[in-house]
Design a protein around this ligand. Structure first.
Ligand code: SF4
Length: 767
């Protein structure tokens, strides 16, 4: 039975009175408003001189990597005016803030009191300064020494009946060096329970691309955008989530490329862009990006892509010259099966299901047929569905028909949302490690790694909820707010004997915790990292597979912070003791030693320390980019994928969770969503005006959102109704506020990515 006190702890962002204002959505991204917003955040959190100096260091050859998304930097040059976007500036301001969360702060607030503040308020309190502990039954976090903290964790881990009772989660900001050491420690400890944030975002991409092209990563380089005829953007909002992509799209347009975007929302960043770094652009109304906008219904991308491919097939059969048969015959398998399936399809039915007119489908097919090369880009709007893997296989089908893979200006581009999420996976942060990787680890470090697969994120939630897992350790992130089914995850975390969070800032996962809870404050990406051998740099891998340096230079927020690699080394020594033959001190005294170890274990990192010191770093091998498809058949794989089956009742909607423009994953930078015209609030639901009329709703009404799966009702309360240009029976809300509606056990086939973009809900008017 939960105590009265613990019942006061809020797992969900509390419902706060908000004075939300609604304006007409914008049709152009960035420009002067972007510059003003960047300045507001940077100078709001840092001193002017420090702020400016830091901005001129981000994403520069000898600077630090932006802790935001994983969009690449230009290979050969960096702009002196700066290589960052508005949301990069916000991410830096959050980390380099002058505000501090120190022991006095924790003495002032109980955990329950803190949990009744909004995520925005919690995140704005500043940088953590000291290791903190919350003992069983206590209400305030208290200071603890690093030595005591590691001793406590080591003891708890060694008292478990099995290493599989512990879970080691990773968030995508963790550097290559920290990630490699972390997986090494965890595997020496004896488990593969290494879930990561990739499980919740691009896991569907990894599975689909692995099956069809033989590598779970995108194949294009940044320069391909400047050589392509056509860019297809599906289920992605780059204006907010990968803003510097807009610069690449602008250059592509200037070089003659066409852009087709497929999205339920007409996002400003897809339509027009003013480049703040170009006076000519600032003096203009911006560059039109999208040539053809296909406002598809939520999760009807397969129907739309099939309709387009069917028209391409019709033209191919009538006049030929549409499909690249030379490429298909030499490099692919499964072509006949796809063609047979397309022949059974009705373009009219598919178009209707997708909510797109036949005229637009025909126009799209024409544009694609005219393009010699094309690039397909996508993000969560494609991956976070039950059929997320099949969505991506269908995207690949179209590229293969065009032979648009493995050559300049062509290929796949899943755009990663977290700065090193791809690097972490490359380093071995995966619950399903390949035998070859474990063999290398074994021969290099002389121990027997566990061979059984571990828990992915959803399985980790279940294991904690069912009491099978008793210790939860998170390297960064905000597990509670990032995962689906918030109340379920809360119970899972509260079931644990011990929860440990390595963090830079306070977040809600610190407030919903195990019987004992520890917060371990680490260095940020912007900060100077001194180890025994002197200044250190770390490395990261962006969405295009470029491994490059990141050198922080700012004075750490507190003298009591440790770097992530150092935390792992100390933890390993405290837990493994004499059972480990690894010289953990050597590995962190100079990170070159860790990189030497990575070179021994992971293919593609030859001469790692030498090559990564070169300007811009180096590209990892990519078989799809080279047209050498390492699939089961040794060929690129066509596939036949079923169209979605969302049989909605009249009063049901498909809900997609989205980020506001003032948000990065679960970090809330501000309460405005400037591009969508929503200001000073977050509990909103975007809904089609005709649906509002049918449901007798008006702007400003408040509603509860209700999902019912397997007879279990989940409610997200008190959302303001906002009329919006979105297809009928489709609605959009922000996460983490709406994550409570997403059932933990509803996820994508084969990838287990939660269905955050297509949740069936009803809307209930609040009296
Ligand atoms: S595009 Fe992404 S990586 Fe680049 S500055 Fe913006 S947030 Fe940072």
């Amino acid at each position: 039975m939960k105590s009265e006190y613990s019942q006061k702890i809020k797992a969900q962002p509390p419902i706060k009175e908000e004075n939300i204002t609604i304006e007409t959505p914008k049709e152009v991204a960035a420009g002067l408003p972007g510059v003003i917003a960047s300045a507001k955040h940077i100078f709001g959190e840092m001193q002017v001189t420090g702020g400016l100096k830091t901005l001129f260091k981000v994403n520069q050859f000898n600077g630090f990597d932006c802790p935001g998304c994983a969009w690449p930097d230009p290979d050969h040059h960096r702009s002196r005016l700066g290589e960052y976007c508005e949301n990069g500036a916000k991410a830096i301001a959050e980390e380099a803030t002058a505000k501090r969360v120190n022991p006095d702060f924790f003495a002032k607030y109980t955990v329950a009191e803190l949990s009744n503040y909004s995520d925005y308020w919690i995140g704005k309190q500043g940088r953590l300064t000291h290791p903190m502990i919350l003992k069983p039954g206590e209400r305030h976090y208290k200071k603890i020494s690093w030595v005591e903290a590691f001793k406590l964790i080591g003891k708890q881990l060694n008292e478990l009946a099995s290493p599989n009772e512990a879970i080691f989660y990773t968030s995508g900001r963790t550097s290559n060096e920290a990630a490699f050491l972390y997986q090494l420690f965890v595997r020496q400890y004896g488990t593969n329970n290494l879930p990561d944030c990739s499980n919740m975002c691009h896991e569907s991409s990894g599975v689909a691309l692995g099956e069809t092209l033989g590598i779970g990563k995108g194949s294009v380089k940044l320069e391909d955008f400047y050589q392509t005829d056509l860019i297809l953007i599906l289920g992605q909002n780059p204006g907010t989530n990968h803003p510097r992509m807009l610069s690449a799209l602008k250059i592509a347009k200037e070089k003659g490329a066409k852009i087709i975007t497929i999205n339920p929302l007409p996002e400003a960043g897809l339509m027009r862009f003013i480049n703040p770094q170009q006076i000519s652009s600032m003096a203009s109304s911006g560059t039109a990006l999208t040539d053809l906008f296909l406002q598809v219904k939520i999760n009807e991308d397969i129907a739309l892509l099939k309709a387009i491919m069917k028209l391409m097939l019709d033209e191919e059969e009538q006049n030929g010259g549409v499909f690249d048969h030379a490429f298909i015959n030499q490099n692919t398998v499964g072509y006949q099966e796809l063609i047979a399936d397309l022949k059974t399809q009705s373009v009219a039915d598919l178009a209707a299901q997708a909510g797109i007119s036949l005229i637009q489908v025909t126009e799209a097919a024409q544009m694609i047929m005219e393009a010699k090369t094309m690039i397909s880009c996508w993000a969560m709007g494609i991956t976070q569905h039950k059929n997320g893997v099949n969505n991506i296989r269908e995207i690949v089908n179209m590229l293969l028909l065009k032979g648009s893979i493995g050559k300049p200006g062509a290929g796949t581009c899943p755009v990663r949302g977290h700065s090193n999420v791809q690097g972490d996976r490359t380093m071995g942060i995966w619950e399903k490690p390949k035998p070859a990787f474990l063999d290398k680890l074994q021969s290099t470090f002389n121990f027997e790694p566990p061979r059984a697969n571990g828990y992915n994120t959803v399985e980790a939630m279940e294991a904690m909820y069912e009491g099978k897992a008793k210790v939860f350790f998170a390297m960064g992130g905000n597990f509670l707010s990032a995962t689906p089914d918030t109340e379920y995850t809360a119970k899972a975390l509260q079931n644990c004997e011990l929860t440990v969070q390595v963090s830079t800032k306070l977040n809600r996962s610190h407030l919903v915790h195990g019987k004992t809870a520890l917060i371990l404050p680490c260095l940020g990406r912007t900060e100077l990292d001194m180890q025994a051998s002197g200044k250190q740099f770390v490395t990261v891998e962006n969405s295009m597979g470029v491994v490059h340096q990141s050198r922080g230079g700012l004075k750490p927020a507190s003298p009591f912070l440790l770097s992530e690699p150092k935390i792992v080394a100390q933890l390993a020594k405290a837990t493994l003791g004499k059972n480990s033959k690894t010289d953990w001190n050597k590995l962190v005294d100079n990170y070159d030693n860790t990189r030497d170890a990575i070179e021994k274990v992971i293919p593609g990192f030859e001469n790692y320390n030498k090559r990564v010191r070169k300007k811009g770093g180096f590209y990892l091998p990519n078989c799809a980019r080279d047209g050498d498809f390492k699939t089961a058949s040794g060929k690129a794989q066509f596939s036949v994928n079923a169209i979605s089956q969302h049989q909605l009742q009249a009063d049901q909607y498909l809900m997609m969770t989205i980020r506001s423009h003032d948000q990065f994953n679960t970090t809330i930078y501000g309460l405005d969503d400037r591009y969508r015209g929503i200001f000073n609030g977050r509990r909103i639901v975007l809904i089609n005006p005709d649906d509002m009329e049918a449901a007798r709703l008006v702007q400003g009404d408040f509603v509860d959102l209700v999902s019912t799966y397997d007879g279990v009702e989940r409610i997200a309360q008190y959302f303001m109704v906002v009329p919006y240009n979105i297809p009928q029976q489709c609605i959009a809300t922000y996460f983490p506020e709406a994550n409570v509606l997403i059932p933990y056990n509803q996820f994508a086939d084969r990838s287990h990515t939660p269905i955050s973009k297509s949740v069936v809900v009803r809307v209930r008017l609040v009296d």
